[in-house]
Design a protein around this ligand. Sequence first.
Ligand SMILES: Nc1ncnc2c1ncn2[C@@H]1O[C@H](COP(=O)(O)OP(=O)(O)OP(=O)(O)O)[C@@H](O)[C@H]1O
Length: 477
Amino acid sequence: MFSKNRVPGDSHDAPNPRRWRVPMFHIPLWAYIPWLAVKGLWWLILGLGAALYYLAKFYWLSAPLGLLAYLTVAYGWYWATAAAVFATGMLGVWWWRRRDTFQRWLGWFYIAKWRHYLRYRPLWQPTIANIGLATSFGGERFYPSLLNVRHDGRCDVVTARMLPGQHPHDWAEAAPRFAHTFKALSCTAIESPKADRVALRFRLVDTLAATIPPFPVPATVDTRRLPVAVDEDGMLFTVSLVGHVLIAGRTGSGKGSAVWSIVSAIANGITSGLLHVHAFDPKGGMEFAYGQELFRAFHYDGPHEMAGALEDLAKVVIQRANRYRGMARDHTATTDEPTIVILIDEFASLTAYVPDKKLKERLNHAMAEILTKGRAVGVHVIAALQDPRKEILSYRNLFATRIALALNEESEVDMVLGENAVRNGAASHLISEHQPGVGYVMLDGRNRPGRVRFPYHDDNDIRAMAATYGTTLGVAQ
Ligand SMILES: Nc1ncnc2c1ncn2[C@@H]1O[C@H](COP(=O)(O)OP(=O)(O)OP(=O)(O)O)[C@@H](O)[C@H]1O
Protein backbone atom coordinates (compact mmCIF):
# COMPACT_ATOMS: atom_id res chain seq x y z
CA MET A 1 0.00 0.00 0.00
CA PHE A 2 2.94 2.37 0.54
CA SER A 3 4.62 1.73 -2.79
CA LYS A 4 1.79 2.97 -5.03
CA ASN A 5 0.72 6.57 -5.53
CA ARG A 6 -3.01 6.84 -4.91
CA VAL A 7 -5.08 9.40 -6.79
CA PRO A 8 -7.73 10.84 -4.42
CA GLY A 9 -10.62 10.40 -6.83
CA ASP A 10 -13.16 7.77 -7.81
CA SER A 11 -11.57 5.04 -9.88
CA HIS A 12 -13.75 3.44 -12.48
CA ASP A 13 -14.70 -0.20 -11.97
CA ALA A 14 -13.49 -1.34 -15.38
CA PRO A 15 -12.71 -5.07 -15.77
CA ASN A 16 -9.04 -5.58 -14.92
CA PRO A 17 -7.25 -7.35 -17.75
CA ARG A 18 -4.31 -8.46 -15.54
CA ARG A 19 -3.94 -12.19 -14.85
CA TRP A 20 -2.41 -13.36 -11.59
CA ARG A 21 -0.74 -16.73 -11.04
CA VAL A 22 -2.11 -17.86 -7.70
CA PRO A 23 0.19 -20.15 -5.64
CA MET A 24 -1.41 -23.48 -4.61
CA PHE A 25 -1.36 -24.69 -0.97
CA HIS A 26 -2.71 -27.91 0.36
CA ILE A 27 -4.47 -27.23 3.68
CA PRO A 28 -5.46 -30.19 5.87
CA LEU A 29 -9.16 -30.47 6.67
CA TRP A 30 -8.65 -29.99 10.46
CA ALA A 31 -7.20 -26.52 9.70
CA TYR A 32 -9.59 -25.65 6.86
CA ILE A 33 -12.80 -25.75 8.96
CA PRO A 34 -11.58 -23.22 11.60
CA TRP A 35 -10.14 -21.09 8.76
CA LEU A 36 -13.60 -20.98 7.14
CA ALA A 37 -15.11 -19.94 10.48
CA VAL A 38 -12.59 -17.11 10.94
CA LYS A 39 -13.17 -15.98 7.34
CA GLY A 40 -16.94 -16.03 7.84
CA LEU A 41 -16.61 -13.97 11.03
CA TRP A 42 -14.41 -11.48 9.23
CA TRP A 43 -16.98 -11.05 6.44
CA LEU A 44 -19.70 -10.65 9.02
CA ILE A 45 -17.78 -7.88 10.80
CA LEU A 46 -17.08 -6.18 7.46
CA GLY A 47 -20.73 -6.46 6.44
CA LEU A 48 -21.95 -5.02 9.75
CA GLY A 49 -19.43 -2.16 9.50
CA ALA A 50 -20.59 -1.38 5.95
CA ALA A 51 -24.25 -1.53 7.00
CA LEU A 52 -23.63 0.87 9.91
CA TYR A 53 -21.64 3.18 7.62
CA TYR A 54 -24.43 3.37 5.05
CA LEU A 55 -27.12 3.70 7.71
CA ALA A 56 -25.20 6.70 9.12
CA LYS A 57 -24.43 8.15 5.69
CA PHE A 58 -28.03 7.97 4.53
CA TYR A 59 -29.47 8.93 7.94
CA TRP A 60 -32.04 11.16 6.24
CA LEU A 61 -33.57 8.02 4.75
CA SER A 62 -32.63 5.37 7.33
CA ALA A 63 -33.89 7.35 10.34
CA PRO A 64 -37.55 7.79 9.21
CA LEU A 65 -37.69 4.31 7.68
CA GLY A 66 -36.06 2.80 10.80
CA LEU A 67 -38.61 4.54 13.02
CA LEU A 68 -41.44 3.25 10.86
CA ALA A 69 -40.02 -0.27 11.00
CA TYR A 70 -39.69 -0.03 14.80
CA LEU A 71 -43.30 1.17 15.16
CA THR A 72 -44.51 -1.68 12.93
CA VAL A 73 -42.62 -4.29 14.97
CA ALA A 74 -43.46 -2.80 18.36
CA TYR A 75 -47.10 -1.69 17.84
CA GLY A 76 -48.24 -3.35 14.62
CA TRP A 77 -48.78 -1.98 11.11
CA TYR A 78 -52.04 -0.28 12.08
CA TRP A 79 -50.39 2.15 14.50
CA ALA A 80 -47.32 2.56 12.28
CA THR A 81 -49.56 3.63 9.35
CA ALA A 82 -51.51 6.00 11.61
CA ALA A 83 -48.23 7.57 12.83
CA ALA A 84 -46.99 7.94 9.23
CA VAL A 85 -50.25 9.60 8.12
CA PHE A 86 -50.18 11.91 11.15
CA ALA A 87 -46.51 12.92 10.52
CA THR A 88 -47.23 13.54 6.82
CA GLY A 89 -50.22 15.68 7.77
CA MET A 90 -48.14 17.74 10.22
CA LEU A 91 -45.49 18.26 7.56
CA GLY A 92 -48.23 19.35 5.17
CA VAL A 93 -49.51 21.91 7.68
CA TRP A 94 -45.96 23.18 8.25
CA TRP A 95 -45.48 23.55 4.47
CA TRP A 96 -48.84 25.31 4.13
CA ARG A 97 -48.51 27.74 7.07
CA ARG A 98 -44.74 28.44 7.20
CA ARG A 99 -43.38 27.59 3.80
CA ASP A 100 -40.14 29.55 4.26
CA THR A 101 -39.02 27.68 7.40
CA PHE A 102 -40.26 24.36 5.97
CA GLN A 103 -38.15 24.86 2.88
CA ARG A 104 -35.07 26.13 4.72
CA TRP A 105 -35.03 23.41 7.37
CA LEU A 106 -36.39 20.41 5.49
CA GLY A 107 -37.60 20.89 1.93
CA TRP A 108 -34.39 22.13 0.32
CA PHE A 109 -32.38 19.49 2.14
CA TYR A 110 -34.43 16.66 0.59
CA ILE A 111 -34.51 18.37 -2.81
CA ALA A 112 -30.69 18.54 -2.63
CA LYS A 113 -30.48 14.81 -1.81
CA TRP A 114 -32.90 13.96 -4.59
CA ARG A 115 -30.93 16.03 -7.11
CA HIS A 116 -27.63 14.64 -5.84
CA TYR A 117 -28.55 10.99 -6.40
CA LEU A 118 -30.97 11.25 -9.32
CA ARG A 119 -29.60 14.14 -11.36
CA TYR A 120 -25.91 14.79 -10.72
CA ARG A 121 -24.53 11.37 -9.75
CA PRO A 122 -25.84 9.33 -12.72
CA LEU A 123 -24.37 11.78 -15.26
CA TRP A 124 -21.29 12.81 -13.25
CA GLN A 125 -18.63 10.46 -14.60
CA PRO A 126 -19.66 10.61 -18.29
CA THR A 127 -19.83 14.41 -18.09
CA ILE A 128 -16.45 14.68 -16.38
CA ALA A 129 -14.91 12.30 -18.94
CA ASN A 130 -16.34 14.18 -21.94
CA ILE A 131 -15.30 17.55 -20.55
CA GLY A 132 -11.77 16.25 -20.05
CA LEU A 133 -11.52 16.56 -16.27
CA ALA A 134 -10.87 12.84 -15.64
CA THR A 135 -7.37 11.39 -15.70
CA SER A 136 -5.57 8.08 -16.26
CA PHE A 137 -2.83 7.05 -13.89
CA GLY A 138 -0.98 3.76 -13.37
CA GLY A 139 -3.30 2.03 -15.83
CA GLU A 140 -6.41 3.15 -13.96
CA ARG A 141 -8.92 5.88 -14.70
CA PHE A 142 -9.80 8.46 -12.02
CA TYR A 143 -12.68 10.90 -11.71
CA PRO A 144 -13.06 13.90 -9.37
CA SER A 145 -15.39 12.86 -6.55
CA LEU A 146 -18.84 14.38 -6.27
CA LEU A 147 -18.96 15.20 -2.54
CA ASN A 148 -22.08 17.13 -1.77
CA VAL A 149 -25.08 18.97 -3.22
CA ARG A 150 -26.83 21.89 -1.52
CA HIS A 151 -30.01 23.58 -2.73
CA ASP A 152 -31.45 26.97 -1.76
CA GLY A 153 -34.58 27.25 -3.85
CA ARG A 154 -32.81 29.05 -6.69
CA CYS A 155 -29.47 27.31 -7.05
CA ASP A 156 -27.74 23.97 -6.58
CA VAL A 157 -24.22 24.16 -5.22
CA VAL A 158 -22.33 20.98 -6.10
CA THR A 159 -19.04 20.45 -4.27
CA ALA A 160 -16.43 18.23 -5.89
CA ARG A 161 -12.94 17.13 -4.92
CA MET A 162 -10.56 18.02 -7.73
CA LEU A 163 -7.88 15.67 -8.94
CA PRO A 164 -4.26 16.60 -8.15
CA GLY A 165 -2.99 19.19 -10.63
CA GLN A 166 -6.42 20.70 -11.27
CA HIS A 167 -7.37 24.30 -10.49
CA PRO A 168 -10.86 25.87 -10.18
CA HIS A 169 -10.00 27.80 -13.37
CA ASP A 170 -10.07 24.48 -15.29
CA TRP A 171 -13.59 23.95 -14.02
CA ALA A 172 -14.62 27.55 -14.73
CA GLU A 173 -13.73 27.04 -18.38
CA ALA A 174 -16.02 24.03 -18.49
CA ALA A 175 -18.85 25.78 -16.62
CA PRO A 176 -21.12 26.39 -19.67
CA ARG A 177 -20.89 22.68 -20.53
CA PHE A 178 -21.89 21.70 -16.99
CA ALA A 179 -24.83 24.12 -17.19
CA HIS A 180 -25.98 22.63 -20.47
CA THR A 181 -25.63 19.02 -19.32
CA PHE A 182 -27.45 19.51 -16.03
CA LYS A 183 -30.13 21.76 -17.59
CA ALA A 184 -29.29 24.84 -15.52
CA LEU A 185 -29.58 28.46 -16.66
CA SER A 186 -25.91 29.01 -15.89
CA CYS A 187 -23.04 27.54 -13.92
CA THR A 188 -20.20 29.24 -12.07
CA ALA A 189 -17.13 27.53 -10.63
CA ILE A 190 -16.24 28.96 -7.23
CA GLU A 191 -13.02 28.40 -5.32
CA SER A 192 -13.51 26.70 -1.98
CA PRO A 193 -11.63 27.46 1.26
CA LYS A 194 -10.30 23.89 1.01
CA ALA A 195 -7.60 23.84 -1.63
CA ASP A 196 -8.62 20.57 -3.25
CA ARG A 197 -12.32 21.43 -3.57
CA VAL A 198 -14.36 23.35 -6.12
CA ALA A 199 -18.01 24.38 -5.90
CA LEU A 200 -20.20 24.50 -9.01
CA ARG A 201 -23.09 26.89 -8.57
CA PHE A 202 -25.97 25.96 -10.90
CA ARG A 203 -28.57 28.70 -11.31
CA LEU A 204 -31.98 27.05 -11.79
CA VAL A 205 -34.39 29.95 -11.41
CA ASP A 206 -33.95 33.44 -12.80
CA THR A 207 -34.86 35.77 -9.96
CA LEU A 208 -34.14 38.75 -12.20
CA ALA A 209 -36.49 37.74 -15.02
CA ALA A 210 -39.14 40.38 -14.39
CA THR A 211 -38.83 44.11 -15.00
CA ILE A 212 -38.23 46.03 -11.76
CA PRO A 213 -40.19 49.26 -11.19
CA PRO A 214 -38.25 52.41 -10.16
CA PHE A 215 -37.06 52.51 -6.55
CA PRO A 216 -38.39 55.23 -4.27
CA VAL A 217 -36.05 58.23 -4.26
CA PRO A 218 -33.87 58.08 -1.10
CA ALA A 219 -34.43 60.96 1.34
CA THR A 220 -30.72 61.37 2.03
CA VAL A 221 -27.96 61.01 -0.51
CA ASP A 222 -24.83 59.05 0.36
CA THR A 223 -22.71 59.23 -2.79
CA ARG A 224 -20.74 56.21 -1.60
CA ARG A 225 -23.79 53.95 -1.26
CA LEU A 226 -26.49 54.74 -3.79
CA PRO A 227 -29.18 52.01 -4.03
CA VAL A 228 -29.51 51.41 -7.75
CA ALA A 229 -30.23 47.74 -8.52
CA VAL A 230 -31.17 44.33 -7.13
CA ASP A 231 -28.90 41.29 -7.06
CA GLU A 232 -29.85 37.63 -7.51
CA ASP A 233 -30.49 37.18 -3.79
CA GLY A 234 -32.96 40.08 -3.81
CA MET A 235 -30.48 42.35 -2.01
CA LEU A 236 -30.01 46.01 -2.93
CA PHE A 237 -26.92 46.68 -4.99
CA THR A 238 -25.37 50.01 -4.13
CA VAL A 239 -22.99 52.03 -6.26
CA SER A 240 -20.37 54.54 -5.16
CA LEU A 241 -20.01 57.63 -7.33
CA VAL A 242 -16.65 58.31 -5.71
CA GLY A 243 -14.09 56.93 -8.12
CA HIS A 244 -16.37 57.26 -11.19
CA VAL A 245 -18.79 54.77 -12.78
CA LEU A 246 -18.52 53.14 -16.20
CA ILE A 247 -21.61 51.50 -17.74
CA ALA A 248 -20.96 49.38 -20.82
CA GLY A 249 -23.59 47.62 -22.90
CA ARG A 250 -24.52 46.99 -26.51
CA THR A 251 -27.36 48.93 -28.03
CA GLY A 252 -30.66 48.15 -26.30
CA SER A 253 -28.97 46.63 -23.24
CA GLY A 254 -30.55 49.17 -20.90
CA LYS A 255 -27.72 51.64 -20.27
CA GLY A 256 -30.44 54.25 -19.86
CA SER A 257 -31.99 52.34 -16.95
CA ALA A 258 -28.62 52.19 -15.17
CA VAL A 259 -28.04 55.92 -15.69
CA TRP A 260 -31.54 56.96 -14.57
CA SER A 261 -31.37 54.67 -11.54
CA ILE A 262 -28.26 56.52 -10.39
CA VAL A 263 -29.82 59.92 -11.13
CA SER A 264 -32.92 58.89 -9.18
CA ALA A 265 -30.73 57.88 -6.21
CA ILE A 266 -29.18 61.39 -6.11
CA ALA A 267 -32.35 63.32 -6.97
CA ASN A 268 -32.79 64.75 -3.47
CA GLY A 269 -29.23 66.11 -3.57
CA ILE A 270 -30.11 67.90 -6.83
CA THR A 271 -33.13 69.54 -5.21
CA SER A 272 -31.15 70.68 -2.17
CA GLY A 273 -28.40 72.13 -4.37
CA LEU A 274 -25.69 69.94 -2.81
CA LEU A 275 -25.25 68.15 -6.09
CA HIS A 276 -25.00 69.52 -9.63
CA VAL A 277 -25.38 67.28 -12.67
CA HIS A 278 -23.71 68.26 -15.96
CA ALA A 279 -25.05 66.07 -18.75
CA PHE A 280 -23.29 65.42 -22.05
CA ASP A 281 -25.39 63.79 -24.74
CA PRO A 282 -23.54 63.39 -28.03
CA LYS A 283 -26.68 61.82 -29.59
CA GLY A 284 -28.04 65.35 -29.94
CA GLY A 285 -29.92 65.35 -26.65
CA MET A 286 -32.18 62.37 -27.36
CA GLU A 287 -31.11 60.27 -24.39
CA PHE A 288 -31.22 62.79 -21.56
CA ALA A 289 -33.77 65.39 -22.77
CA TYR A 290 -36.67 64.02 -20.69
CA GLY A 291 -34.86 64.82 -17.47
CA GLN A 292 -33.18 68.10 -18.36
CA GLU A 293 -34.69 70.00 -15.41
CA LEU A 294 -32.47 67.83 -13.23
CA PHE A 295 -29.30 69.10 -14.90
CA ARG A 296 -27.32 72.22 -14.04
CA ALA A 297 -25.97 72.11 -17.58
CA PHE A 298 -27.03 70.05 -20.59
CA HIS A 299 -24.64 69.77 -23.55
CA TYR A 300 -25.73 68.19 -26.81
CA ASP A 301 -24.51 70.56 -29.48
CA GLY A 302 -21.45 68.89 -30.97
CA PRO A 303 -17.92 68.12 -29.80
CA HIS A 304 -16.58 71.70 -29.97
CA GLU A 305 -19.05 72.98 -27.43
CA MET A 306 -18.60 69.84 -25.31
CA ALA A 307 -14.81 70.19 -25.32
CA GLY A 308 -15.17 73.75 -23.97
CA ALA A 309 -17.58 72.60 -21.25
CA LEU A 310 -15.32 69.70 -20.24
CA GLU A 311 -12.31 72.04 -20.08
CA ASP A 312 -14.28 74.36 -17.76
CA LEU A 313 -15.05 71.40 -15.52
CA ALA A 314 -11.40 70.31 -15.61
CA LYS A 315 -10.48 73.84 -14.46
CA VAL A 316 -12.89 73.49 -11.52
CA VAL A 317 -11.17 70.22 -10.62
CA ILE A 318 -7.73 71.82 -10.73
CA GLN A 319 -8.84 74.89 -8.74
CA ARG A 320 -10.42 72.72 -6.07
CA ALA A 321 -7.34 70.46 -5.95
CA ASN A 322 -5.10 73.51 -5.45
CA ARG A 323 -7.30 74.87 -2.70
CA TYR A 324 -7.68 71.54 -0.89
CA ARG A 325 -3.95 70.72 -0.94
CA GLY A 326 -2.81 70.31 2.64
CA MET A 327 -6.25 71.33 3.95
CA ALA A 328 -8.61 68.42 3.26
CA ARG A 329 -8.32 64.94 1.84
CA ASP A 330 -11.97 64.61 0.89
CA HIS A 331 -14.67 66.85 -0.43
CA THR A 332 -17.71 67.72 1.69
CA ALA A 333 -20.61 69.00 -0.37
CA THR A 334 -22.06 72.44 0.41
CA THR A 335 -24.36 74.60 -1.68
CA ASP A 336 -21.36 76.87 -2.43
CA GLU A 337 -19.14 73.96 -3.38
CA PRO A 338 -21.48 71.14 -4.43
CA THR A 339 -20.61 67.66 -5.60
CA ILE A 340 -20.45 67.71 -9.39
CA VAL A 341 -21.67 64.69 -11.34
CA ILE A 342 -20.71 64.57 -15.01
CA LEU A 343 -23.07 62.34 -16.95
CA ILE A 344 -21.83 61.23 -20.36
CA ASP A 345 -23.74 59.13 -22.88
CA GLU A 346 -21.64 57.50 -25.61
CA PHE A 347 -18.31 58.09 -23.88
CA ALA A 348 -16.39 56.94 -26.98
CA SER A 349 -17.97 59.76 -29.01
CA LEU A 350 -16.08 62.20 -26.82
CA THR A 351 -12.81 60.32 -26.49
CA ALA A 352 -12.37 58.13 -29.56
CA TYR A 353 -14.67 58.89 -32.47
CA VAL A 354 -13.84 62.59 -32.92
CA PRO A 355 -12.24 62.97 -36.39
CA ASP A 356 -10.57 66.35 -35.65
CA LYS A 357 -7.22 65.41 -34.09
CA LYS A 358 -6.74 68.64 -32.14
CA LEU A 359 -10.24 68.56 -30.76
CA LYS A 360 -9.83 64.94 -29.78
CA GLU A 361 -6.66 65.86 -27.91
CA ARG A 362 -8.45 68.65 -26.02
CA LEU A 363 -11.31 66.32 -25.08
CA ASN A 364 -8.97 63.56 -23.92
CA HIS A 365 -6.82 65.96 -21.96
CA ALA A 366 -9.80 67.44 -20.09
CA MET A 367 -11.26 63.97 -19.49
CA ALA A 368 -7.97 62.66 -18.10
CA GLU A 369 -7.70 65.64 -15.69
CA ILE A 370 -11.23 65.07 -14.41
CA LEU A 371 -10.87 61.30 -14.07
CA THR A 372 -7.51 61.37 -12.31
CA LYS A 373 -8.06 64.30 -9.95
CA GLY A 374 -11.85 64.53 -9.64
CA ARG A 375 -12.35 61.80 -7.09
CA ALA A 376 -10.89 63.66 -4.09
CA VAL A 377 -12.47 67.01 -4.92
CA GLY A 378 -16.07 65.88 -5.40
CA VAL A 379 -16.24 65.72 -9.19
CA HIS A 380 -17.49 62.33 -10.38
CA VAL A 381 -18.09 60.90 -13.82
CA ILE A 382 -20.81 58.46 -14.90
CA ALA A 383 -19.99 57.34 -18.42
CA ALA A 384 -22.08 55.07 -20.63
CA LEU A 385 -20.51 53.29 -23.57
CA GLN A 386 -21.53 50.88 -26.32
CA ASP A 387 -18.29 49.52 -27.65
CA PRO A 388 -15.67 48.78 -25.02
CA ARG A 389 -12.99 47.95 -27.55
CA LYS A 390 -12.43 51.47 -28.77
CA GLU A 391 -9.65 53.17 -26.83
CA ILE A 392 -11.48 52.65 -23.58
CA LEU A 393 -8.73 50.47 -22.17
CA SER A 394 -6.57 53.49 -21.36
CA TYR A 395 -9.40 54.88 -19.20
CA ARG A 396 -10.75 51.65 -17.75
CA ASN A 397 -8.71 51.62 -14.56
CA LEU A 398 -9.73 55.18 -13.72
CA PHE A 399 -13.29 53.93 -13.13
CA ALA A 400 -13.62 52.27 -9.74
CA THR A 401 -17.11 50.93 -10.50
CA ARG A 402 -17.69 49.16 -13.77
CA ILE A 403 -20.99 47.70 -14.89
CA ALA A 404 -21.14 45.28 -17.80
CA LEU A 405 -24.68 45.03 -19.20
CA ALA A 406 -25.28 42.76 -22.23
CA LEU A 407 -22.22 42.78 -24.49
CA ASN A 408 -21.55 41.17 -27.85
CA GLU A 409 -18.36 39.26 -27.16
CA GLU A 410 -16.67 37.45 -24.33
CA SER A 411 -13.51 39.51 -24.74
CA GLU A 412 -15.49 42.72 -24.14
CA VAL A 413 -16.58 41.48 -20.72
CA ASP A 414 -12.98 41.10 -19.55
CA MET A 415 -12.19 44.51 -21.06
CA VAL A 416 -14.86 46.16 -18.94
CA LEU A 417 -14.72 44.22 -15.69
CA GLY A 418 -11.07 43.21 -15.77
CA GLU A 419 -9.03 40.11 -16.49
CA ASN A 420 -10.61 36.75 -15.65
CA ALA A 421 -14.07 38.28 -15.16
CA VAL A 422 -15.63 35.77 -17.56
CA ARG A 423 -13.77 32.90 -15.93
CA ASN A 424 -15.09 34.07 -12.55
CA GLY A 425 -18.67 33.98 -13.74
CA ALA A 426 -19.41 37.30 -15.50
CA ALA A 427 -21.41 36.22 -18.53
CA SER A 428 -22.53 39.54 -20.02
CA HIS A 429 -22.02 38.09 -23.50
CA LEU A 430 -24.76 35.52 -22.72
CA ILE A 431 -27.39 37.97 -21.46
CA SER A 432 -30.46 37.67 -23.66
CA GLU A 433 -31.71 40.63 -25.65
CA HIS A 434 -35.00 40.14 -23.81
CA GLN A 435 -33.38 41.14 -20.52
CA PRO A 436 -32.44 44.79 -20.79
CA GLY A 437 -31.17 46.25 -17.54
CA VAL A 438 -29.44 43.00 -16.48
CA GLY A 439 -25.68 43.13 -16.03
CA TYR A 440 -22.66 41.96 -14.08
CA VAL A 441 -20.81 43.98 -11.44
CA MET A 442 -18.32 43.29 -8.71
CA LEU A 443 -20.38 42.90 -5.53
CA ASP A 444 -19.23 44.20 -2.16
CA GLY A 445 -17.49 41.62 -0.01
CA ARG A 446 -17.26 39.04 -2.81
CA ASN A 447 -14.28 38.54 -5.02
CA ARG A 448 -16.32 37.45 -8.00
CA PRO A 449 -18.82 39.25 -10.22
CA GLY A 450 -22.52 39.12 -9.44
CA ARG A 451 -25.60 39.54 -11.62
CA VAL A 452 -27.89 42.49 -10.97
CA ARG A 453 -30.90 44.13 -12.60
CA PHE A 454 -31.57 47.85 -12.74
CA PRO A 455 -35.11 49.19 -12.39
CA TYR A 456 -36.71 50.54 -15.53
CA HIS A 457 -37.65 54.22 -15.73
CA ASP A 458 -39.90 54.86 -18.72
CA ASP A 459 -40.25 58.34 -20.22
CA ASN A 460 -43.13 59.22 -17.91
CA ASP A 461 -41.16 58.17 -14.81
CA ILE A 462 -38.25 60.36 -15.92
CA ARG A 463 -40.54 63.33 -16.63
CA ALA A 464 -42.21 62.88 -13.23
CA MET A 465 -38.83 62.69 -11.49
CA ALA A 466 -37.63 65.82 -13.29
CA ALA A 467 -40.83 67.68 -12.36
CA THR A 468 -40.53 66.69 -8.69
CA TYR A 469 -36.81 66.98 -8.10
CA GLY A 470 -35.63 69.31 -10.87
CA THR A 471 -34.84 72.90 -10.01
CA THR A 472 -35.60 76.15 -11.79
CA LEU A 473 -31.85 76.34 -12.26
CA GLY A 474 -31.97 73.26 -14.45
CA VAL A 475 -31.13 74.67 -17.88
CA ALA A 476 -31.20 73.30 -21.39
CA GLN A 477 -27.66 74.01 -22.45
N1 LIG B 1 -34.13 47.87 -16.66
C1 LIG B 1 -34.95 47.57 -17.65
N2 LIG B 1 -35.95 46.67 -17.46
C2 LIG B 1 -36.78 46.34 -18.49
N3 LIG B 1 -36.71 46.86 -19.72
C3 LIG B 1 -35.76 47.77 -19.96
C4 LIG B 1 -34.84 48.16 -18.95
N4 LIG B 1 -34.00 49.08 -19.49
C5 LIG B 1 -34.36 49.23 -20.75
N5 LIG B 1 -35.43 48.46 -21.06
C6 LIG B 1 -36.07 48.32 -22.38
O1 LIG B 1 -35.04 48.24 -23.35
C7 LIG B 1 -35.13 49.32 -24.29
C8 LIG B 1 -33.74 49.88 -24.58
O2 LIG B 1 -33.23 50.48 -23.41
P1 LIG B 1 -32.16 51.65 -23.45
O3 LIG B 1 -32.56 52.69 -24.45
O4 LIG B 1 -31.93 52.09 -22.06
O5 LIG B 1 -30.92 50.88 -24.00
P2 LIG B 1 -29.51 51.50 -24.33
O6 LIG B 1 -28.52 50.52 -23.87
O7 LIG B 1 -29.42 52.88 -23.77
O8 LIG B 1 -29.56 51.52 -25.91
P3 LIG B 1 -28.84 52.58 -26.88
O9 LIG B 1 -27.38 52.42 -26.69
O10 LIG B 1 -29.31 52.15 -28.22
O11 LIG B 1 -29.36 53.93 -26.47
C9 LIG B 1 -36.05 50.34 -23.60
O12 LIG B 1 -36.79 51.04 -24.52
C10 LIG B 1 -36.93 49.51 -22.74
O13 LIG B 1 -38.04 49.05 -23.46
